[in-house]
Design a protein around this ligand. Structure first.
Ligand code: GLP
Length: 263
């Protein structure tokens, strides 16, 4: 894991977008793994800006989203498909047929999950996977006790997650589904590169456990400790509970990859 601490959330999301931009410019047909949530809105806004202002080209790339709510149709205002169309897909030149978001309303969900894994493999695997962090430590919707070897599947959401995401459902908890489809922790670990962005004081104690704590299926994001190429971009507020801060700062100054990223 390599960690970059940015002064503000704005800088953290801008840097995350720049990392994605670099990957896309290096490999225009990359398979991008994408995430949803409030944190990502700013990341996607920066990517849209790069498309509009400096011609960032999405024409050849493929995308695979991490997750979707079960029982929510793709064209529902509450679906992650709608979120992705609104924040990114309709605002850049990606081919819509090259974008993949699990269909939470499908009747044959288990078969669709297997097919999702096959589609990822057929695309050559995810080149760069973007990740947020849930307040309970989930990545995607891999709730506590998800096996590190888990694949795309249907999961039951943690009550904490349902409460955390109530904003997408007009603040009405009853509308938040109890189940979701998510790439597994194993699927995420298969990505060539993982980039996790975490902002805000509400996630500070969880971030410290993810970076400095012991690996445990209770906190899915700790699995990233065994990924060979994982970059974690955070703001000062999220970094507030880290105890290894002096060494992280030393690394930001002297690690060649981080130096290049921050120059
Ligand atoms: C949802 C998504 C996660 C995301 C999380 C963070 O739970 N399934 O993939 O990481 O939201 O959301 P936010 O950025 O709104 O805190």
């Amino acid at each position: 894991m390599k960690v970059v601490i940015c002064p503000t959330a704005e800088r953290a999301t801008a840097l995350t977008a720049r990392v994605i931009e670099q990957a896309l410019r290096q490999k225009p047909d990359i398979a991008l793994g994408l995430a949803t949530g409030r944190t990502m809105e700013a990341v996607y806004a920066h990517l849209v800006q790069a498309h509009q202002n400096s011609g960032l080209d999405f024409a050849a790339c493929r995308t695979f989203n991490l997750d979707e709510y079960v029982g929510i149709a793709p064209d529902s205002a509450h679906s992650y498909r709608t979120y992705m169309n609104a924040h990114l897909f309709s605002r850049v030149n990606v081919a819509l047929e090259a974008t993949h978001v699990p269909d939470g309303a499908a009747t044959d969900l288990d078969a669709r999950c297997v097919a999702y894994e096959q589609a990822i493999r057929a695309s050559g695997g995810v080149g760069l996977q973007l990740l947020g962090l849930g307040e309970n430590g989930h990545i995607g919707f891999n709730e506590p006790f998800s096996a590190f070897t888990s694949r795309t599947r249907v999961v039951t959401l943690d009550p904490a997650t349902r409460r955390q995401n109530v904003g997408m459902f007009d603040g009405d908890l009853e509308q938040v589904p109890y189940h979701a489809v998510t790439m597994g922790v194993g699927t995420i670990l298969d990505a060539h590169r993982n980039v996790m962005v975490v902002t805000g004081a509400a996630k500070a104690s969880m971030l410290a456990r993810v970076i400095e704590g012991a690996m445990s299926a209770c906190i899915s994001a700790t699995a990233l400790q065994m990924h060979a190429d994982c970059l974690v971009i955070v703001d000062e507020a999220a970094a507030g509970a880290l105890s290894c801060r002096p060494y992280l700062e030393h690394l930001m100054q002297h690690d060649p990859e981080l130096k290049a990223l921050l120059s």
